[in-house]
Design a protein around this ligand. Structure first.
Ligand SMILES: *[C@@H]1O[C@H](CO)[C@@H](O)[C@H](O)[C@H]1NC(C)=O
Ligand SMILES: *[C@@H]1O[C@H](CO)[C@@H](O)[C@H](O)[C@H]1NC(C)=O
Ligand SMILES: *[C@@H]1O[C@H](CO)[C@@H](O)[C@H](O)[C@H]1NC(C)=O
Ligand SMILES: *[C@@H]1O[C@H](CO)[C@@H](O)[C@H](O)[C@H]1NC(C)=O
Ligand SMILES: [Zn+2]
Length: 303
């Protein structure tokens, strides 16, 4: 006989306790911020979001930066494969992935630039608009590059035990901001973004998650972005409680991702089952804060 036994699915769901704990902590941090939404692009958020003087996002223009040498960012373990599986989650505000340690053991981390310490990669999430509007948070060089999505790779100073503890200190967090626009440029080096966006249709509803298959390195999120040139300034989280704990590093170079992948974000739903679109915060006052800019070193003169 042709006997078909019960179908046995083998789930690659050996999620480590450590990773689960990190995901739960990340969820708890997000929920501690209260029931915020983007109906007024954050203008109705309270507390420090209203009263803070070093808030983010801001406009970043090369002509309005300090004339000072900024060292390059140093990336550590960025090219090491992360532990698997990875979990992408719709937390009602964004598509968020908590970043586990690398398979070697250490976490991917950065230092250099004007960073006050070593900062470990904790999570990555996105801000987007809609089919007819851009959702970038930082207005980089007047957005002549027409970026539509802003990716944030959140890092925590190793001197603090948790992200929520780090957010209480001015040197607590560092966020890499990467702009993304629709384009054709297919780049194998940002295959990490493709892997994430491939799972977005699985997390349409609030509080759903999907595992990401295959190997992923944090460097694959940055892909081909030129990391030698960037803005850096002291600012805040762009979500409540808007803690002024962030050294921002925002790249003017823009990544390209196919529109058919970007538009998947527009189908996500928030906790009210409404479309999760335009999840960006309005621009904030700079209040005279210095903004630094790292230029690529000039090429030596060829005689
Ligand atoms: C990762 O490796 C590639 C290829 O060797 C290299 O070009 C890139 O600079 C590395 N990225 C980081 C962040 O170390
Ligand atoms: C833009 O899209 C939103 C929904 O995505 C819609 O409500 C709005 O009317 C659109 N605006 C224009 C000018 O098309
Ligand atoms: C992902 O969703 C499944 C199904 O609802 C749930 O059982 C699981 O706990 C979720 N995983 C995480 C890490 O939240
Ligand atoms: C952030 O503020 C600290 C303390 O005022 C300062 O030393 C540091 O240079 C600032 N960093 C940036 C990137 O502006
Ligand atoms: Zn963000």
């Amino acid at each position: 006989c042709l006997c078909f036994g019960p179908v046995v699915y083998s789930f690659p769901l050996d999620i480590s306790e450590e990773y689960l704990t990190a995901i739960r902590l990340d969820q708890a941090d997000d929920q501690a911020a209260g029931d915020y939404n983007y109906d007024q692009q954050g203008d109705d958020w309270e507390g420090l979001c209203q009263t803070g003087q070093a808030q983010s996002p801001i406009a970043l223009n090369v002509e309005e930066t300090e004339d000072m040498y900024v060292p390059r960012i140093r990336f550590h373990y960025y090219n090491e494969t992360l532990q698997t599986p990875l979990v992408l989650m719709n937390n009602g505000h964004t598509a968020n992935m908590v970043i586990p340690p690398t398979q070697l053991g250490p976490r991917a981390y950065i230092n250099g630039a004007l960073l006050p310490g070593n900062f470990e990669a904790q999570s990555v999430h996105f801000h987007w608009g809609s089919r007819n509007s851009s959702g970038v948070e930082h207005l980089v060089n007047y957005n002549i590059e027409r970026a539509q999505v802003e990716m944030h790779i959140v890092h925590k100073n190793t001197r603090y035990a948790t992200t929520s503890e780090a957010s209480k200190h001015r040197d607590g967090l560092a966020v890499l901001g990467v702009l993304i626009r629709p384009g054709r440029r297919q780049n194998s080096r940002n295959s990490g973004l493709t892997k994430i966006f491939n799972r977005v249709p699985r997390i349409v509803q609030y509080n759903t998650n999907a595992t990401i298959n295959g190997r992923l390195e944090v460097a694959q999120l940055l892909g081909s972005v030129v990391t030698g040139e960037f803005f850096t300034y002291n600012g805040s989280l762009t979500t409540p409680d808007c803690a002024e704990a962030v050294t921002w590093i925002v790249f003017p170079d823009v990544l390209e991702l196919q529109y058919r992948l970007i538009e998947r974000l527009f189908n996500l739903r928030d906790s009210r089952s409404r479309p999760l679109i335009n999840n960006y915060r309005d621009l904030q006052d700079t209040n005279g804060r210095p903004i630094y800019y790292r230029r690529l070193p000039d090429l030596p003169n060829l005689v």
